[in-house]
Design a protein. Structure first.
Length: 384
């Protein structure tokens, strides 16, 4: 009997003892890779992480950040504030990452991507921990009671210090703190449809591998979203109009794919993803083959409709520079062609996701995607 009790006690002790290895969290690993590709890659290479930590100015910056956080004691708001990267600290980290040639380089360079990732951490902390208002009502954590907010801040604070396999936590806890805030707010939207090349996109991706693109005048037709504003409405009135336009235009036979773009955005917390609903309508109502329809299920704005469509066309293997069509209602079409939309892209994305080449009709614009659309930007943590 004593032997059995001793064995049981040993088993309990083993379960309660701290693990020597870091625990893997598949969901956080996916979110980290999606939002912070450079920092995530560094976290998976201890040698790279160590070199960044020893880079000029980094040890001093890390020490200042630790002391700033420690001085807050148990004040959770203060501790969140302390994790924000100052301009000087951000510049030091940016230069350290930019010097690491072992890390992947973005289209506009490693330094620019590092700057976006650091700014993304700051934005998440400000929005989800410190109460900064999101850019639009469909973003951010939503309405949270003071008690729930304190619970989230405490859990995020603990999670930021709890080791996770492949994390850049040894460099700074702010990375996992930002990821934890999103997870605790149930806003892991950025990975909700992964892998994007699977599921509904598996058949069109397979078709694209053997497609003779030269047979088609346009690589694809980009059908933009216009989210419903009524709770429980799967597809908006304008969305149904867009589907009709797309089906009629596709019947002419000179377009490789229909690319429907629109996320789970309107109204807030809707269970419907607009791209899924447009795809369903094209198949069920118009008989369009599933292998001819590509879904882009993340975009929540017209700017990202075009940016994400451009990214997905590259993944399909569409020839660079090949023209596409944007098909949508006359009002949205005119807006996409306007100087106001150009200015909005510059302000929100920092570049133009492509070029409007010419207008074909009130509902059709010829569009050529831009390589800059490949840039990952966690300053929009729900759709980077």
């Amino acid at each position: 009997m004593r032997a059995l009790l001793s064995a049981a006690m040993l088993a309990v002790t083993a379960l309660s003892a701290p693990a020597s290895a870091e625990a893997d969290d598949a969901r956080m690993a996916a979110l980290s890779a999606r939002l912070f590709p450079l920092l995530d890659a560094a976290g998976h290479d201890p040698a790279v992480l160590a070199r960044i930590a020893r880079a000029p100015g980094m040890e001093r910056a890390a020490q200042a950040r630790r002391e700033r956080r420690a001085a807050c004691g148990a004040d959770l708001v203060c501790r969140a504030q302390a994790l924000l990267w100052s301009d000087g600290e951000a510049d030091t980290l940016r230069r350290a990452i930019a010097a690491e040639t072992a890390l992947p380089a973005a289209e506009d360079g490693r330094a620019a991507q590092a700057a976006r990732e650091i700014a993304g951490i700051n934005l998440v902390v400000r929005s989800y921990a410190l109460g900064a208002l999101p850019a639009t009502a469909i973003d951010g954590p939503g309405t949270v009671s003071p008690q729930d907010q304190q619970t989230r801040l405490q859990a995020a604070d603990w999670l930021a210090e709890t080791p996770r396999a492949g994390s850049a936590q040894p460099l700074d806890p702010s990375i996992d703190y930002a990821l934890a805030l999103l997870d605790l707010s149930n806003r892991t939207d950025a990975i909700d449809h992964e892998p994007l090349a699977g599921g509904a996109n598996a058949a069109p991706m397979a078709r694209a591998k053997t497609l003779d693109w030269s047979r088609y005048r346009y690589a694809a037709m980009i059908v933009t979203g216009v989210g419903p504003e009524i709770e429980g409405e799967p597809l908006s009135p304008f969305g149904k109009y867009h589907v009709r336009l797309a089906a009629r235009r596709f019947a002419q036979g000179d377009i490789g794919f229909i690319l429907v773009t629109g996320g789970r955005a309107h109204p807030r917390a809707t269970p419907f993803t607009e791209a899924d609903e447009m795809r369903k309508a094209l198949i069920e109502r118009y008989g369009i083959p599933a292998e001819a329809i590509v879904i882009e299920p993340y975009a929540r704005h017209t700017t990202t409709n075009l940016r994400n469509a451009s990214r997905l066309l590259a993944r399909l293997g569409a020839p660079a520079g090949k023209e596409t069509l944007i098909v949508c209602n006359p009002m949205q079409s005119a807006y996409i062609e306007s100087a106001k939309f150009t200015a909005r892209n510059a302000a929100e994305l920092g570049y133009q996701p492509g070029t409007v080449v010419r207008r074909v009709s009130p509902t059709e614009l010829v569009f050529r995607p831009a390589l800059a659309s490949a840039r990952i930007d966690p300053r929009d943590p729900l759709d980077p």
